[in-house]
Each structure stands twice: as C-alpha cells, then as structure tokens.
Design a protein around this ligand. Sequence first.
Ligand code: NAD
Length: 499
Amino acid sequence: MALTGTKTYQNYIGGEWVDAASDETFESVNPATGEVVGAFPKSSAEDVDRAVEAAKDAYQRWHLVPAPKRAGLLFRVGQRFIDRKDELTELMVKEMGKVRPEAGGDVQEAIDMTYYMAGEGRRLFGHTTPSEMPNKFQMSVRMPIGVVGAITPWNFPIAIPSWKIAPALVCGDTVVFKPARDTPMLGERFVEIFEEAGLPAGVLNIVHGGGETVGERLVAHPDVPLISLTGSREVGVRTAQNAASLLKHVHLELGGKNAIIVMDDADLELAVDGIIWSAFGTSGQRCTAASRVIAGAKVYDSLQSQLVARAEKLRLGNGLDEDTEVGPVINKSALEKIHSYTEIGKDEGAKLLTGGEIATENGLDKGFFYRPTIFADVDPEMRIAQEEIFGPTTALIRATDVDEAIRIANGIEYGLSSSIFTRDINKAFRAIRDLNAGITYINAGTIGAEVHLPFGGTKQTGNGHREAGQAALDFYTEWKSVYVDYSGKLQRAQIDPGE
Ligand code: NAD
C-alpha cells in the first residue's frame, strides 16, 4: 500500500481512469532523492484483459477512421506535448533522474515523432505497379492489424512510448500500453495528453504494473496480435518465446554494447567530446551508450589522460540543479549491478583509471549515484567489454589498425550503435560498410538518433524490425496486394501462354 499522503494513480481503460482489480500499489521513487513521486496500481491479468477488451472494441471503429483524421489526433497531441514540455521535462528529472537538457530532449523527441507520424496520415504510401496483362490494375496497400501491446523501458519514458504509440495509432491499430515500473507517472501523463487531445475511448489504454504480470499477460493474450517491446535482451528472448505459440508479430528493441573507434588520424578533441557525451550522458543508461572505446596506438595514451581529466570534472547531482552534468542511475539494484561490474573488471585484470565507486558526498547518498568510470588495458573478451552494464562505465581497448578496430567492435553479441573518428574518408567508408550495427556515426559519438531515420540494431539487439522513420510502419501494418481486372474476361496470371 502507498504511504499516507502519497497520491495513488489509476489505470486508463476504455476512456476511464479506473482502479485495478487488486488494491495493491507500488511506488515510483525519485532516484536523486529517494522521495516518493506517486503510487500506482499493481495490476493483474484481470486488468490487462479489460484493457485488451476495450482496445479490441475500439479497433472496430478506429481502423475505419480515415488515416488523415487519425493523424488529426496526433497533431493535437504534438501541440499539447509542446504546451506541456516544461512540466514533462521537470517531472522526468524527478522520476527518472536525467538532467534537464536531456529530459527536454526526450520530450522533444516525442514531439518530433508525433508530428512525423501525424504526417504519415496523408502518406501511408503503398505501391502501384504495371500488370503483366492488359486491362488490369494492381497495387499494394497497408492494412491495420489490431491491438498492439506496447511495453517500454524507463530510460526514455516519454520518447519511447511515442515511437510505438504514434505509428500504431496512425496506422489504425489500437494500443494497450505498459510503461516501466520505474517511470509510471510519465506514462500516466503521456496518456493524459492523448485524453486531452480528444482520444476516442479505448484507442489507447494504460495498465501499470510489473513485467511478469502485466507484461506477460499482454504477450500471452490471444487478442493482442502485435507486441512491441523495448528492454533487455533477456526479457526480449522470453517475450519472443512467450509469443511464439500464437505466432504474434513481435518487435524487439534490446540492448547494446556500443563502441567508438578512434583512429590515429582523428581529431582528438572532438573524439573526447563525443566519448564523454556518449559514455556518461544519461549516466550511461542509453541503449546506444558508448561502453567501449577502441583506440589506435598513437592516440591511446593521450586519449586516456584527456578522458580521465574530463570524467573527473563531471558534476554529479540532482538533475534539477543547473550545474549538474551527470544525474543518478535509476534505482538501487542498478547501482549494485554497475558496481559489481567494477569488481568484475578489476578481477579480470583491467586497470581502473577513475571512478569505480558509489558517490555519497553532499547528500548524494540519498539517491543512487555512481562516479563516471573508465577502465584501461581492457581485453576485448573481458566481461566488461562484452556485457551491457547500463551505467557510466566505459572500457578502453587498443587496436593496431582499422581492420582490428572493426573486428573488435563487431566481436560482441549486440549490434546497435557504432562510431568512428577519423579524417580518412577511406576508413570512414570501410566502417560504414563493415561495422555490423544498425547505426554508424562518422565523427560523432554513438548517440543522437533522429526520428525520421530507422532506429534499431542487428544481431541480438533485436529481431530485425526497426523503430522510427518509414520503417516503423512495416511493423504496425500488413501488406495487402490488390488486383483489379477490368478486361471483362478471365485472364490467368502465372500460366504459360502456350498451354
Ligand atoms: P527490462 O527488460 O527490464 O524491461 C523492459 C520492459 O519490459 C518493462 O516495461 C518491464 O516491466 C517489461 N518486462 C519485464 N519482464 C517482462 C516479461 N517477462 N514479459 C513482458 N514484459 C516484461 O529493461 P529496462 O531495465 O526497463 O530497460 C533497460 C534495457 O532496455 C537495456 O537493456 C537497454 O539497452 C534496453 N533499451 C533498448 C533500446 C533500443 O531501442 N534498442 C532503447 C532503450 C532501452
């Protein structure tokens, strides 16, 4: 039960704010201060079933609303995101911990995605193509599918829901949204904005609660043909397994172990800026965070000393303070996991250059703060160079040339983001071709995706789908091929004319 004085929020099902079947709640906590942000229903399968029923019923009407009219809702939502940007930004700093400029960026991404997908209402292009026969017309069109289960992580608590929900709705699907347990308040506000913008009942529903209960029921529910989940690899695998017997369409956006390559000819100052931003921005809690730096022999020592100097200057603190550069990590278990990797790195024989400890000074002990951590002399096979830590820890690895650097960069199970700093156009294009990742940056860090390009990764970062851009539409629709024969006689396709 929630503490006395803590406001308890509800689920949103079929256009109504409603209590969950059980009266149990969980609390959302500010990771910088330990203060309780709010209490939320610990929902069960029963609540999911009600939400799916509402979304299924709403689908009957929503998929028949013309797409430009569906887009009208998104345009109004986009405007409300703009109107409420400051409020959402501040709430994100309080609930998730990222610093204010990054929180504002998260909201901005939702604004951009919502408008981008609203524009799709007047596109959703199919294809026309000539027929092999006379007097016959043919085309392919995108068809909506049904109810989407949208399951999201806490690290982009407004942006990632928009990546799933905006394309789903413009395509004519309806949604049951399960936000992460660490950021339910932002999920609640997200849905409230849709309600304010005139959301028809049941088109978007939110059910709060845990992955094992709410998430698993959504994945198993026979009336939810689409599951879009962003999260860890382990949860992704389990989700794919749970959805397999119903042959659901499952879109998985999972982890990363992203590398920045710094060649000997790189602009070192620029590379240092890119690494500091990519490794320690959002306290390293981005799926695209640079948790490996692969450097040429000539720049290695200088890079190492510049990175340490810069990392040690980063100011830790509450993201609401103007001068804070690195906020907290999301919760206690994340803090413990990150610290356990410091111990693993030391045991493996890597050299800890800086950080490697929980920060407790000046009231930081009230929250979950970890010092920016850099390891040197890291072997590419060490666990700290292979496994996703999801915290402010990065590993320096040596490489003799571009071939070895790319080999090391690719020598992991993930394939999300990648980067190379070089002034040599030939090396840059080799990297574009050979880095096995969904995203490659040239002379920029590993983070900074824009909403109109596909987003996602190769190998175990996902299962081949992409979020954002036109690519997202492929998940939320199915193709129908249409043949219109106006010859007035039976014309047989794919039959040898001689027969
Ligand atoms: P997580 O896997 O613990 O949880 C993600 C979501 O899945 C949450 O809503 C959670 O409640 C739910 N969930 C958990 N178990 C479930 C189950 N058995 N069935 C259904 N749903 C379940 O991840 P997290 O800690 O919230 O986020 C961090 C992870 O997300 C990192 O691995 C990060 O790399 C990844 N991530 C990937 C991307 C991307 O686009 N590739 C973006 C952001 C984060």
